[in-house]
Design a protein around this ligand. Structure first.
Ligand code: PGA
Length: 255
């Protein structure tokens, strides 16, 4: 079984390279004793080059998006190959903050395939904006997964991580609510069923993680009772101490 994984999504933070190096350095220092937890940090792509030069064998780097063409006349885009060549090994795709600005499943699907051929491991984010009494959000998650993974070959799916992020629980959502480990576990079971219907036994090699305001206080509960193989952490990953605490909690829970 793969190690549990803790992924930090810095989003569009911090404002300067100096701060980025300081934050990254703080995490590097704090995780020297970590052995059984995979750690990934996804900073803004502009900081990747510098951060790959910081010596650490504990932390891998990821991007927060990648375009589906390799190179060419695509002003403002960055390809998976470019990210890989600079040292990124993961890429977040389909984050709700991008979906809210018009990114659709079809585009995400193309990005997943292109990222896989570039050698990156996609972290596919899925999640509903809200929950309704009729439970139609299950269908929405099913559609997101089926459309985003359409045509992905079975031998590559173990490289994909699914991040279940209920948008209503993300720290920046207005009037957000806490999701519980139970909410997570129920959805993870559902997602596992969709994946095994689609990919058969190979689906069990895929990791499913939870994201949505995870902090050092509730991380253990999600890891123990949320049915997940790791966490995607936004706001708390901008504080080296808190992020390291979450990693240590994960490490202790894997023993
Ligand atoms: P949050 O972000 O931890 O700040 O809620 C998670 C995410 O959006 O990936």
């Amino acid at each position: 079984m793969s190690k549990k994984i803790i992924i930090g999504n810095w989003k569009m933070n911090p404002l300067t390279l100096k701060e980025a190096e300081k934050l990254f350095g703080g995490v590097v220092k704090g995780v020297s004793i970590i052995k059984n937890t995979e750690i990934v940090i996804c900073p803004p792509s502009i900081y990747l080059d510098k951060l790959t030069k910081v010596r650490t064998n504990k932390i891998k780097l990821g991007a927060q998006n990648a375009f589906f063409e390799q190179s060419g006349a695509f002003t403002g885009r960055i390809s998976g190959e470019m990210l890989y060549n600079i040292g990124a090994r993961y890429v977040i795709l389909g984050h709700s903050e991008r979906r809210a600005r018009g990114e659709g499943n079809n585009n995400i699907n193309k990005k997943i395939k292109a990222s896989l051929s570039a050698g990156l491991r996609p972290i596919l984010c899925v999640g509903e904006d809200m929950r309704d009494e009729s439970h139609s959000y299950f269908n929405l998650i099913k559609t997101q997964i089926e459309e985003c993974l359409f045509g992905v070959s079975r031998n590559l799916i173990s490289k994909i991580i699914i991040a279940y992020e209920p948008v209503w629980a993300i720290s920046t959502t207005l009037n957000r609510k806490d999701a519980t480990a139970n909410d997570s576990r129920e959805m993870v079971i559902f997602i596992r069923k969709i994946l095994s219907d689609k990919f058969g036994a190979d689906a069990s090699k895929m990791r499913i993680i939870y994201g949505g305001s995870v902090n050092e206080k509730d991380a253990l509960e999600f890891l123990k009772n949320g049915g997940v193989d790791g966490l995607l952490v936004g706001r708390a990953s901008l504080n080296a101490e808190k992020f390291v605490d979450i990693i240590k909690i994960c490490e202790a829970s894997s023993k």
